[in-house]
Design a binder for this molecule. Structure first.
Ligand code: GLA
Length: 393
């Protein structure tokens, strides 16, 4: 893993490319990971999300080839060596290259013809499987590379949509659009309020003199996370289908206000599906309230909404775990913390914490010590800067 500066200007990955392939790359690109401040598991329910791209991410160096072959190498998966793919067919082999391959196949499926293959080297400082969207970053990065290498006229938003398509159809995780959208469309010092129904997006400034965004990585990864994620999505779809059975046309769970949901909730016969729907509807409403609070500079209210979000993810959506609950609960009790919650899909991964800047050092020291005492795991922490989306370096 390279240091942040080498990653940010692409010189580190360009050097690595020359070492691996013996010639210089023609271009370098970067795509960031993301955190989500609030609006969890709403993006496949037509709701709002409030993520920001972060300064951690993945960098790639690439050069086109004279034939249709692709050669991939990653500093983060050195033991895999150079992976060669002739691009004639899609076949998952469960390795990290399923993601770039999936995006290449998606571009072709969307009608973009690629004149040749390329040699590509990746390098990143995003912890893998920590819920900071390393897979979406890899997808958006590949899309950005294809755009730049072959002068394909696609917008960052289209790259996000194709990244999600690759994840859904090739990787088999039925994720929403949030992660890819944040990685493609992030803006420095801003969070992004996205309406996942219309893809309309507004940027909300995060004032770093008032609040620091701190990530604590639980270090826990649950192996069944992607199948449990798909289960949640199916449960929401069943809830929506039950609500529509009366003949009323409801486009998505998040099109309902909490009041409208309360009037109809008994139409969902299954108790688990009802709780999932309850989470989606109320989380969407919390996200709208949180955006309003941030606009008004009311970080205390924002923090309370984050806490309510975590509790709902724990109790109604059941995607938290003991380690994330401990981290969130410890943060709620710590001086200088406005709000804390699990971030991302759940089942392990990270918490996001909004902390008074002068309290950050003490907060990190206290929470990592408490976590180590309880679980014997030394948690990594990152103070992240809301950052720009994917770009050519
Ligand atoms: C994962 C998915 C996103 C979103 C979150 C939960 O990160 O990739 O689309 O559903 O979980 O909010």
């Amino acid at each position: 893993m390279q240091n942040d500066n080498l990653l940010r200007d692409g010189s580190g990955v360009a050097m690595l490319f020359s070492e691996i392939f013996g010639y210089s790359p023609t271009l370098c690109c970067f795509a960031p990971g993301r955190i989500n401040l609030i609006g969890e598991h709403t993006d496949y329910n037509g709701g709002r999300v409030f993520p920001c791209a972060i300064h951690l991410g993945i960098t790639a160096a690439a050069a086109p080839r004279c034939d249709g072959t692709w050669r991939f190498y990653s500093r983060n998966f050195q033991s895999d060596g150079v992976i060669v793919w002739d691009s004639t067919s899609w076949k998952s082999d469960g390795r990290w290259t399923d993601y770039p391959k999936g995006v290449i196949c998606t571009f072709i499926a969307f009608g973009y013809s690629l004149p040749c293959g390329a040699d590509v080297v990746f390098d990143g400082n995003l912890p893998d499987g920590a819920g900071l969207s390393s897979s979406a970053a890899l997808e958006v990065l590949t899309g950005t590379l294809l755009k730049e290498l072959f002068a394909i006229p696609v917008t960052p938003q289209q790259i996000a949509v194709m990244g999600q398509f690759a994840e859904n159809r090739f990787i088999g995780v039925n994720c929403g659009i949030m992660d890819q959208f944040a990685s493609a469309m992030g803006r420095r010092h801003h969070a992004l309020m996205l309406d996942t129904h219309t893809l309309a997006c507004e940027y909300a400034p995060i004032d770093s003199s008032m609040v620091s965004v701190v990530i604590i990585n639980s270090g826990v990864k649950h192996s069944l996370a992607s199948s449990a994620y798909n289960d949640r999505r199916r449960e929401c779809e069943s809830a929506l289908a039950a609500l529509c059975e009366s003949g009323e046309k409801i486009p998505s769970l998040c099109s309902l206000t909490p009041e409208a949901f309360e009037q109809r909730r008994q139409a969902i016969p299954d108790e688990i599906c009802r709780r999932r729907a309850h989470h989606a509807v109320y989380e969407n409403s919390r996200t709208l309230q949180a955006a309003r609070a941030l606009r008004e500079g009311d970080i205390e209210t924002f923090g309370q909404l984050m806490k309510d979000s975590h509790l709902s993810l724990r109790d109604d959506y059941e995607v938290s775990c003991e380690e994330l609950d401990f981290l969130a609960e410890t943060a709620w009790k710590t001086e200088g913390v406005f709000g804390a919650r699990m971030t991302g899909g759940g089942f392990g991964g990270c918490t996001v914490n909004l902390v008074r800047p002068e309290a950050v050092t003490e907060f990190i020291a206290q929470i990592t010590a408490a976590y180590e005492a309880r679980f014997g795991i030394r948690a990594d922490s990152y103070v992240v800067t809301p950052s720009d989306g994917a770009r050519r370096l």
